[in-house]
Write a protein that binds this ligand. Structure first.
Ligand SMILES: Nc1ncnc2c1ncn2[C@@H]1O[C@H](COP(=O)(O)OP(=O)(O)OP(=O)(O)O)[C@@H](O)[C@H]1O
Ligand code: SF4
Ligand SMILES: [Mg+2]
Length: 373
């Protein structure tokens, strides 16, 4: 079957007439969003020459828009260097954005600083990948948990702080004896439980989880993931869950945004992403996940060839075209529009590809096309 006969061009009602770099459509519905990221850019300058002028930029986040609904776990997945942590740091205001807006519970916090930002800092907490590095080795667990309570005035007295710390340590599956110990006395999993308790110490409503289990043993990973799920219900939390592990994403998330080279290329609910991926990058990521059931292993799994291009020199047109198995000359020339392919399912691709029947472009064919990868 000819390739173009199964690669349906997107047209008519499906394409929304909008500038793909300035789209905020993914967050314009009447959804109840706690966090909205609106066309955010984070470009890190590269200085050079004798005068130390800016000679180029690392375009770590290059026009990203999405919303996180209250009470959901939104996943952010993509290869290393795709900009996941950077977008997380933009939301947490650990980085000033180059351009764009971050809206928190209806308030534009992009320019907030100091006292004005303090109430939002309490409401937005984070848990990092490495519990060894994120806990101060000189503080006892009690001090690690009570210090943020004092800073944010969530307790009035020392007794209240101690009682809150005892309740928290129990909630995360440790016991009050652990409060007088130091981080080095704990295993990796226990340290991550302490990091989770610290995040919860100030009653946040949003928690950024940046690869919270990737440094842990597989058996411990499951315990921490289940703890995070349990706490989400108990504390009414909204999560942004960053991971490059698709199995973990599937276990944890309600929706997923797939990131490639500084942009979100596909966003949908979890079952749609896993059962009906529409962007070639998502499809390739899913194909690369090994299946332990040999009967379900795909013999024709698409291999994601090559490395992610440098975010300093982003390819023209579609930034995935240098690795895309379905690229055409149009992909080099034109930036693909962001399209709502079905309700709440967005992709950034020129085509609506049926991966079951479409024939990927072979490497040899790519060389003969007009595309210069
Ligand atoms: N402070 C910085 N200055 C310059 N470049 C940076 C800075 N922080 C991140 N980058 C670059 O921005 C890009 C995105 O980095 P980021 O850490 O957000 O990726 P990531 O998706 O979280 O990757 P990983 O899965 O490895 O954690 C990378 O190319 C990285 O080198
Ligand atoms: S290279 Fe073309 S076919 Fe591949 S993802 Fe980009 S727009 Fe779609
Ligand atoms: Mg990261």
């Amino acid at each position: 079957m000819g390739r173009m006969s199964v690669v349906r061009r997107l047209n008519g009602a499906l394409i929304l007439a909008m500038e793909s770099s300035t789209v905020t459509a993914m967050s314009t519905r009447a959804d109840d969003y706690l966090v909205e990221v609106k066309d955010v850019y984070e470009w890190f300058p590269i200085k050079g020459g004798l005068l130390g002028r800016t000679i180029a930029h690392v375009k770590a986040v290059d026009g990203v828009s999405f919303g996180i609904r209250k009470g959901e776990t939104m996943g952010l997945v993509g290869e290393s260097g795709s900009g996941k942590t950077t977008i997380g740091r933009c939301i947490m205001k650990l980085l000033p954005v180059t351009k764009g807006n971050v809206i928190y519970d209806g308030t534009d916090i992009t320019k907030f600083k100091g006292q004005k930002f303090r109430p939002f800092r309490r409401r937005m907490q984070m848990v990092f990948q490495d519990p060894y590095a994120s806990l101060d080795p000189r503080q006892t667990v009690r001090s690690i948990l009570t210090e943020p309570m004092k800073i944010h005035h969530t307790v009035r007295t020392k007794q209240e702080a101690n009682a809150a710390a005892e309740k928290l340590i129990d909630t995360v599956g440790l016991n009050p004896d652990h409060l007088s110990r130091f981080p080095h006395e704990f295993s990796g999993g226990q340290r991550q439980r302490i990091a989770v308790a610290r995040a919860l110490a100030v009653n946040p409503d949003f928690v950024l989880l940046d690869e919270p289990t990737s440094s842990l043993d597989v058996s411990v990973q499951a315990q921490i993931l289940n703890l995070l799920k349990k706490l989400q219900g108990e504390y009414n939390l909204t999560y942004l869950f960053i991971s490059h592990n698709l199995s973990v994403i599937r276990h944890m998330c309600d929706r997923v945004a797939v990131m490639y080279l500084g942009r979100i290329v596909e966003i949908a609910d979890i079952s749609t992403i896993f059962n009906n991926p529409k962007h070639p990058y998502t499809n390739a990521l899913l194909s690369s996940v090994p299946n332990i059931d040999p009967r379900k292993r795909k013999m024709d799994a698409e291999i994601l060839e090559g490395d992610v291009p440098s975010p300093v020199n982003i390819p023209s047109g579609c930034r995935f075209r240098t690795r895309c198995a379905y690229a055409t000359p149009k992909c080099q020339e034109q930036f693909p529009p962001l399209v709502e392919i079905e309700p709440h399912h967005w992709i950034e691709c020129h085509y609506d590809i049926d991966f079951k029947t479409a024939r990927p472009t072979l490497s040899s064919e790519k060389g003969s096309s007009t595309i210069t990868p």
